[in-house]
Design a binder for this molecule. Structure first.
Ligand SMILES: [Zn+2]
Length: 169
């Protein structure tokens, strides 16, 4: 799939259609798609990882955040990077996000005082299914967007495996 290609964004229309996506998430997705250039399932995965990680880490007051992200370093998977950057403001540029090539998708959120860590891994079967649907042949933009909204709707515990660690000093 060609990541950058695609028609102009029609997010608002999508939101008003049949999708059951919380309005807060829909607003963040709109911002992410504007930044990234299009809406696709892996951008949504990045946004959702970012929102979960922020929620988890901010439970612990005063934590500054860094993130280690592992993923296949090519499109469409690399779209995850932008979703994560938009939501967390941890970026490759400010060196709060480090990115490494991997066969699976997972993000480790680290509280700056190293007291708190959250690991968010993309569910293996969801990942395999998306690869199957996206990498086979060139698929229409509408189908990519449909998959994106499907990912936005899946419950957190079906999409990810989340593990939390609190280290004592
Ligand atoms: Zn993309």
């Amino acid at each position: 799939m060609d990541c950058g290609k695609g028609e102009s964004l029609k997010m608002k229309n999508d939101v008003n259609a049949t999708h059951i996506v919380p309005s807060k998430l829909a607003a963040v997705l709109e911002k992410a798609a504007e930044f990234h250039g299009h809406l696709g399932p892996f951008l949504v995965i990045g946004v959702r990882i970012g929102l979960i990680g922020l929620k988890e880490i901010s439970k612990h007051n005063g934590e500054q955040l860094t993130i280690d992200l592992s993923l296949p370093l090519h499109v469409p998977f690399s779209c995850i990077i932008d979703g994560l950057q938009v939501t967390t403001h941890c970026t490759v540029g400010n060196q709060k996000l480090s990115v490494r090539d991997s066969g699976s998708v997972k993000a480790r959120f680290i509280g700056e005082n190293k007291g708190v860590e959250v690991m968010i891994a993309l569910n293996k079967s969801t990942f395999e299914e998306l690869k199957f649907q996206l990498l086979g042949e060139s698929i229409p933009e509408e189908e990519v967007r449909r998959l994106a909204w499907m990912i936005a709707e899946i419950s957190e515990d079906k999409l990810f495996e989340i593990s939390r660690t609190t280290r004592t000093h």
